[in-house]
Design a protein around this ligand. Structure first.
Ligand SMILES: Cc1cc2nc3c(=O)[nH]c(=O)nc-3n(C[C@H](O)[C@H](O)[C@H](O)COP(=O)(O)OP(=O)(O)OC[C@H]3O[C@@H](n4cnc5c(N)ncnc54)[C@H](O)[C@@H]3O)c2cc1C
Length: 276
């Protein structure tokens, strides 16, 4: 399946919105979950083919000519207009996905497989906590829009600086904490420290924590060690790894996830109980 760029919009210096349309989206199935994603194929400059192409056929080409797969969340799907919206993080002139989004123009094509489904906010939870960086903001925005009316929703989002903040809407009682990484050197712990400093969320919390690997691991630790979220109510996965491209990250991701999942926590004693 493939889409043709209808329009692009620079939402922030680090985030580009790309709207895809065209006949290549005929038969696209509306995603069910809030964080549904596509496996998109970004082409290197050397590719002697263009979308639509046969994925199995191009696998026999030299590595530098094959498509580079990247997972991108479905920000929205409009079946009436047959338009698919993706928000893609740009990080300078690097990365096949980021650079494609940066330079995308109407008529450009993007081939993909999917969507695949994952997390949706549990309607029976008492409150919601959504944490991540620009790569997770599209999913966080969909999650925030899908919670039951009136329930407390806390978003903790890491962006470069104030220019990276975007409007988020929710039928819930939304509280957004923008965390600016500009000038900080404690990036692995920035989100975790911000989450730890929040008032304890109300009741049973349904949580979505995605983004940079070390940052999500640190947030997971805070949430589980302090029993803020039950493991069954936590959707947490590392979307990307600082210092590695997606090929390098996927090569070690399985081992990383196994190590993270093996981490167990001794619940911390409540402060009042430890006093004599
Ligand atoms: C299920 C899922 C859904 C995702 N949804 C989205 C989405 O909707 N939008 C989105 O932008 N990303 C999303 N991501 C993350 C995205 O797939 C990765 O960030 C991917 O590595 C970006 O590819 P690239 O070609 O731009 O950069 P790569 O070629 O993978 O990396 C090039 C360099 O850029 C760095 N880098 C990669 N991502 C970022 C980033 N976000 N910020 C700063 N530096 C970065 C790398 O560490 C590397 O040094 C999702 C990932 C998953 C697993």
């Amino acid at each position: 399946m493939h889409g043709e760029v209808v329009s692009t919009e620079r939402l922030t210096p680090q985030l580009v919105r790309v709207v895809l349309g065209g006949a290549g989206l005929e038969g696209f199935e509306a995603p069910q979950s809030a964080d549904a994603y596509l496996n998109c194929f970004f082409l290197p400059d050397e590719a002697p083919y263009s979308a639509p192409f046969d994925v199995d056929e191009v696998r026999s080409l030299p590595r530098e000519q094959r498509p580079f797969p990247r997972r991108i969340t479905v920000r929205s799907w409009d079946p009436d207009r047959r338009e698919l919206t993706l928000d893609i993080a740009v990080h300078g002139e690097v990365g096949y996905a980021g650079r494609w989004a940066l330079h995308a123009k109407p008529g450009d094509r993007l081939q993909f497989r999917g969507p695949a489904d994952g997390y949706s906010p549990d309607p029976d939870a008492d409150s919601y906590l959504f944490v991540g960086d620009e790569s997770a903001l599209p999913a966080i925005a969909v999650c925030a829009a899908r919670v039951p009316a009136g329930k407390p929703v806390t978003v903790v989002a890491e962006v470069e600086d104030v220019t990276g903040e975007i409007p988020l809407d929710s039928p819930g009682a939304l509280s957004v904490h923008w965390i600016h990484r500009s000038g900080r050197d404690d990036l692995d712990d920035l989100l975790a420290d911000s989450v730890a400093a929040l008032p304890r969320p109300h009741g049973r919390v349904s949580a979505f924590v995605h983004g940079e690997a070390a940052a999500t691991r640190a947030v997971r630790r805070v949430l589980l060690q302090n029993e803020i979220v039950h493991p069954d109510d936590l959707s947490c996965s590392p979307y990307w790894r600082r210092g590695l491209d997606d090929e390098g990250w996927r090569a070690i991701k399985g081992q990383w996830v196994r190590e993270v999942n093996a981490e167990t926590f001794v619940p911390m004693e409540p402060v009042a109980a430890s006093r004599p």
